[in-house]
Write a protein that binds this ligand. Structure first.
Ligand SMILES: [Zn+2]
Length: 111
């Protein structure tokens, strides 16, 4: 009976061999050329069992076309808003304490 491997196991993108000694991981970074202001990128992380398979993969033109679509964002929940409000409150409180501390220090120096 063949061992069932979990889906999360790293496999060679070219031949499907499980990752082992000599594993070669490559990050492919592609830009859409929209300029620095509207720069969109597509990043692919792919791995190979050998350099030979990495070379064959690219020479065969198997790299899929880039995907420049916007990543999905999760809707904000009331817990997110409550957390943001708490953080904002702490920042305002910290700023007020800094101002009060500076005020008291100046008052102490001049008195
Ligand atoms: Zn391979």
């Amino acid at each position: 009976m063949a061992e069932q491997l979990p889906d999360t196991e790293l496999r060679c993108t070219y031949c499907g061999t499980p990752a082992g000694d000599g594993w070669l991981g490559i990050e492919v970074w592609r830009e859409d050329g929209g300029g620095a202001k509207d720069l969109r990128v597509d990043v692919e992380n792919i791995g190979f069992c050998t350099e030979d398979h990495a070379g064959r993969y690219f020479l065969d033109g198997r790299l899929p076309p880039p995907d420049f679509s916007e990543p999905e964002t999760l809707p904000r929940t009331w817990r997110d808003r409550l957390f943001d409000s708490g953080v904002l409150t702490l920042i305002v409180l910290a700023a007020a304490l800094v101002v009060l501390g500076v005020w008291k220090l100046v008052d102490w120096i001049w008195s």
